[in-house]
Design a protein around this ligand. Structure first.
Ligand code: PLP
Length: 392
């Protein structure tokens, strides 16, 4: 993934302009800033990509997820259903609302299964939170239908898939709310930053106020004279990040094209060697941050991994990934099997992830970067071929 490797003079000019004008903060100071609002430009560029009615730039993807859940009305004791294959921030956002995370099963694509999510719905369920992981879309048609059926908001965690699409629609812009991240490990980065989307004016208004101490933002009044809408927090983004974000989004098409070309070479080699790619709900829309093969068994995945390493390119087995698989998160013990507003929470014991384990222990993943040289890609191709030979 990109990080800062695609930075050039464009970012330097954008940052220098903000610093020269001494307008690093986003809100207020309307007279001094001469009509220049970089964070707003970042939002406008993001909105163009998803086609959403509203976009809100914030300080991180995690901040975006918390704000989204607050915006759709998640309250203490509510339940939110999500995927066990995600980054811990998804669950931290639920916990930050004093709500209870429930993990569904994963489908063949390794995304949250909508059928399994439906089985977890109770009168306390307040939101559905599919996650688009490692480049690939969750089954958004099924989640949209499920949300409608039970009148539950769908909050997309699209933090990892900026630029990815599902049936032609940008991920993050399909659910009732959706979040992107621009942290240093994402396709595009502004250092730290997030973007939140919705089409609902009331939800946007609640989110906009919440992320900035309840401020009802207005260009007619200075900050001290703005009205307030309840309590909030400080999840504001700066103009510096806004300016970098405008540049980043202008580079998105080139970044995606590069990632997709790299991934194609690797997946073609894998297919030719008899490997099964991770199935997909929309292959063409994949943001191509990872090349993933499903091995027939967990022991075959181990053999694949060892042979690939020996051939010069390391890959991860997702089931062993302590960052992205809930089975490994000891923090969950703090809420497991506790009384929560009169209801017992699930245990979150490692055994409860057996269904996800069966799939994730067979999933091998190579991480791709926007700027990979020919030699680096060829190394992965050779590793894939060696892995297939050893494991199949
Ligand atoms: C799936 C997922 N959700 C949320 C986040 C949180 O994003 P941030 O690091 O911008 O807070 C990440 C970041 O790694 C992520 O991968």
């Amino acid at each position: 993934m990109a990080g800062t490797e695609i930075f050039d003079d464009d970012e330097i000019r954008a940052a220098a302009d903000v610093i020269r004008r001494r307008m690093i903060h986003r809100y207020g100071s309307h007279e001094q800033r001469g009509g220049v609002y970089r964070a707003e430009e970042f939002e406008a560029a993001a909105k163009k990509i998803t086609g959403s009615r509203y976009a809100l730039a914030l300080s991180s993807g995690t901040a975006a997820l918390i704000t989204a859940l607050k915006g759709v009305g998640v309250k203490p004791g509510d339940e939110v259903i999500t995927s066990p294959f995600t980054f811990i921030a998804t669950v931290e956002a639920i916990v930050a609302c004093d709500a209870v995370p429930l993990f569904g099963e994963i489908d063949e694509t390794l995304s949250l299964s909508a059928a399994s999510a439906e089985k977890l719905i109770t009168p306390r369920t307040r939101a559905l939170m599919p996650v688009h992981m490692f480049g690939a879309a969750a089954d958004m048609d099924s989640f949209t239908a499920l949300g409608r059926k039970y009148k539950l908001p769908v909050v997309e965690d699209a933090c990892e898939v900026v630029g990815g699409t599902y049936k032609g629609r940008a991920l993050g812009g399909i659910g009732d709310c959706g979040a992107w991240s621009f942290d240093p490990n994402k396709t595009l980065t502004v250092g730290e930053g997030g973007m939140l989307f919705t089409d609902d004016r009331d939800v946007w208004f609640a989110m906009d106020c919440y992320h900035d101490h309840g401020h009802i933002h207005s260009k007619e009044h200075d900050r001290g004279a703005e009205g307030k809408f309840g309590f909030g927090v400080n999840f504001r983004i700066s103009e510096l990040q806004g300016a970098l974000g405008v540049v980043a989004l202008s580079k998105l098409p080139a970044a995606l094209a590069s990632l997709r070309a790299e991934k194609k070479k690797i997946m073609d080699a894998g297919r030719a060697a008899g490997l099964a790619p991770r199935p997909s709900h929309d292959e063409a829309g994949d943001s191509a941050t990872h090349a993933i093969f499903m091995l027939p068994t967990a022991s075959a995945a181990k053999k694949f991994q060892a042979a690939a390493k020996e051939a010069g390119a390391g890959c991860a087995i997702i089931g062993e990934n302590t960052w992205h698989y809930a089975k490994h998160w000891e923090a969950l013990a703090a809420i497991g099997e506790k009384e929560y507003f009169g209801n017992k929470t699930p245990s979150y014991a490692p055994e409860s992830f057996a269904q996800a384990d069966e799939k994730l222990s067979r999933a091998t993943a190579f991480t791709l970067n926007v700027k990979m040289g020919e030699e680096e890609i060829n190394k992965i191709v050779r590793a894939v071929e060696a892995g297939a030979k050893a494991a199949l």
